[in-house]
Design a protein around this ligand. Structure first.
Ligand code: ADP
Ligand code: MG
Length: 289
């Protein structure tokens, strides 16, 4: 029989990281969710090479206290829950405490953060989990995280990435969904040095549709809202003239999270049935709370 051995901690970390960080868009998702959990009202995301070489997420949220910074990168380290019971009332997007540790295990990470209470911030730098810098810096309130050279130490994972253009398009989709999920947060998304879109954070969902999808779509939107049995649905339906040959224009958000749901798609398409051409899909943007 083959001998049974315990894996060393670096191998364990890399395997665990693979569960959370599959591709650059997973990094962006985790970092933006952290920004929102930190109460940010403005989030800027900048990527290069589809996020493979560079991802920067800046927020104006609460920041991380100096003495907590190292801990934030431990596995299963979270400020969002304390016990299993908390899972039933958790309102944050994250709670597993796995994102930062996973990202740090497979990339070079830089963090600058400052809380309102502290006079100075911290600059913290890790290279594949090894600490390279921990120093005091002047910084605005909030957090900036830079992730460089994703999967530099896990070449097999890197090999499975698609082209930078494709990885970038995944991030672009993700950012659009993030912006549509939180009209009250100002998002800016930059790709290869160019601003792709920005939203004002004034709470106007229609304005976000305008900024991302343009005037042609916005003028075909019909406001929609129902409230029944503790469920509230609010958003916009496209007039039957707006059609796509795929479901990319069906946006569903449940309690602020973007989801894909065959059930909801079916319901929507049943409602449009009288207008539906075969293999065509309508625009719908619905927040279900
Ligand atoms: P989780 O989000 O599941 O708690 P993470 O690994 O994503 O786990 O983050 C660990 C902890 O680091 C968070 O619980 C939070 O306290 C802190 N943190 C991470 N990102 C930010 C941020 N942008 N602003 C403030 N605190 C943050
Ligand atoms: Mg998180």
């Amino acid at each position: 029989m083959a001998e049974i051995k315990l894996l060393d901690s670096s191998t364990i970390d890399k395997i665990a990281a693979g569960e959370v960080v599959e591709r650059p868009s997973s990094v962006v998702k985790e970092l933006v969710e952290n920004a929102m959990d930190a109460g940010a009202k403005a989030v800027t995301v900048e990527i290069r090479d589809g996020g493979c070489s560079f991802i920067r997420v800046t927020d104006n949220g609460g920041g991380i206290e100096k003495e907590q910074v190292r801990k934030a990168f431990f596995r299963h380290a979270t400020s969002k829950i304390r016990s299993v019971e908390d899972l039933y009332r958790v309102r944050s997007l994250g709670f597993r405490g796995e994102a930062l540790s996973s990202i740090a295990a497979v990339s070079m990470v830089e963090l600058i953060t400052k809380t309102k209470e502290e006079l100075t911030g911290v600059h913290y730098r890790l290279e594949g989990e090894k600490e390279r810098d921990f120093s005091e810096v002047g910084a605005p309130e909030g957090t900036t995280i830079i992730v460089r050279e994703l999967f530099f130490n896990t070449p097999v994972r890197k090999k499975f990435l698609k082209s930078p253009a494709t990885e970038g398009s995944y991030i672009s989709d993700l950012m659009e969904h993030m912006a549509l999920s939180r009209p009250d947060v100002a998002f800016q998304f930059m790709m290869n040095g160019q601003v792709r879109f920005h939203t004002s954070g004034n709470g106007d969902l229609k304005e976000i549709v305008y900024r991302i999808y343009g005037r042609e779509i916005v003028k075909e939107l019909i406001p929609f809202s129902v409230k029944e049995e503790g469920i509230e649905v609010e958003g916009f339906l496209g007039s039957p003239s707006v059609v796509r040959s795929n479901r990319n224009f069906e946006f569903f958000f449940v309690n602020g999270r973007y989801i894909k749901s065959p059930l909801l798609s079916k319901g929507l398409e049943a409602g449009y049935k009288a207008y539906l051409m075969q293999h065509k899909f309508h625009f719908a943007l619905l927040h279900i709370n």
